[in-house]
Design a protein around this ligand. Structure first.
Ligand SMILES: [Zn+2]
Length: 322
């Protein structure tokens, strides 16, 4: 098994928290016409439904799923490998006999069961060493679906009860790692490198976490912040620089929530709340909606949109402290 193939430097790694996966894929394919890619789904049903829909809309999709007749599978693979611009939708044990080096993206439509599976499948991208993207669409519902799949595995007598139990425990541990990959606020490449016992990178500069921070700085630099969000005058002090250590931890948690909301709504994070607002939130530590309204940059509209979620993070952190 090519363990760390997804860690190759030319692969941009990304996790997108979204429940609107179909819309995400459609928009992605429109932005990347004439590129070859693979979309991995958790089940045959999901893959076939997606393939039917996209093909009905004129996208050049093919499917390759477990249990399909061998001849059809071979034909689909042949069409996929013979030229650029085709999209393969796969489920189950996908394998390619012939190498295809120009795969520009691998999208995981569902949570993979383990980092090993993820890296093997993502590793199909960018074999030509040119830039390629590995995007994992993550929604919490996928966790339950994967657990159900694991639960439904049957011991066909090949293993003793004890062996079987320990195998299932290992499956669960690998799934936990995969969930951690999707939910941790850390360099994605670094996470995989640690998992496979390699020396992790501090900031790989080619994953959604490392680039997300850069993008946000870019937005700030390009003057995309509104009047109220920019410092009026004087030298620029990053809002977080003015926080105490404990406030800073909370600040990071609030930024995580902001990023989740921003990615769900497909807007830059500053549209949700500015750093300045989050910093003020940490200082004032509001407990109620009325108190939240006192925070700089929180108006009625934003209170209604995001108030509850931010209060939850603020309170959760409060409860966790002794
Ligand atoms: Zn990174």
């Amino acid at each position: 098994m090519k363990k760390s193939s997804a860690v190759k430097e030319n692969l941009f790694l990304s996790v997108e928290q979204t429940r609107k996966k179909e819309a995400y894929v459609r928009a992605y394919l429109r932005r990347h016409p004439d590129e070859s890619g693979i979309i991995f789904c958790a089940t045959r049903r999901i893959a076939e439904t997606l393939c039917k829909k996209l093909s009905g809309e004129g996208f050049p999709v093919l499917s390759c799923v477990e249990g399909m007749p061998e001849l059809r599978r071979m034909r689909a693979l042949e069409a996929f490998t013979s030229g650029p611009g085709r999209i393969m939708i796969a489920a189950g044990a996908f394998r390619m006999e012939k190498e295809k080096t120009d795969i520009r993206f691998v999208i995981h439509y569902n949570l993979p069961p383990s980092p090993e599976d993820y890296c093997r499948e993502a590793g199909y991208a960018g074999l030509d060493s040119e830039r390629a993207e590995c995007i994992l669409l993550f929604s919490r519902q996928d966790i339950a679906a994967r657990r159900m799949q694991l639960k439904n595995l049957k011991n066909n007598g090949e293993y003793t009860e004890k062996e079987w139990e320990s195998l299932r425990r290992e499956d669960e541990e690998r799934l936990q790692e995969m969930i951690a990959y999707c939910t941790r606020e850390d360099c994605l490449r670094g996470f995989l490198q640690r998992y496979f016992g390699e020396k992790p990178e501090e900031n790989c500069g080619n994953c959604s976490f490392c680039c997300g921070a850069v993008m946000q700085d870019g937005w700030e630099k390009e003057g995309l912040l509104s009047e109220g969000e920019r410092g009026k005058s004087g030298p620029k002090v990053r809002p977080a620089d003015t926080l105490e250590e404990e406030e800073r931890i909370l600040f990071e948690q609030l930024r995580i929530l902001r990023r989740e909301i921003a990615s769900e709504k497909k807007v830059p994070p500053y549209i949700v709340f500015s750093d300045r607002t989050l910093a003020d939130m940490c200082r004032k530590f509001p407990r109620t909606e009325a108190e939240l309204l006192e925070v700089n940059g929180v108006g009625e509209y934003k209170l209604e949109q995001y108030g509850e979620q931010f209060l939850k993070v603020l309170h959760g952190s409060d409860a966790a402290q002794p």
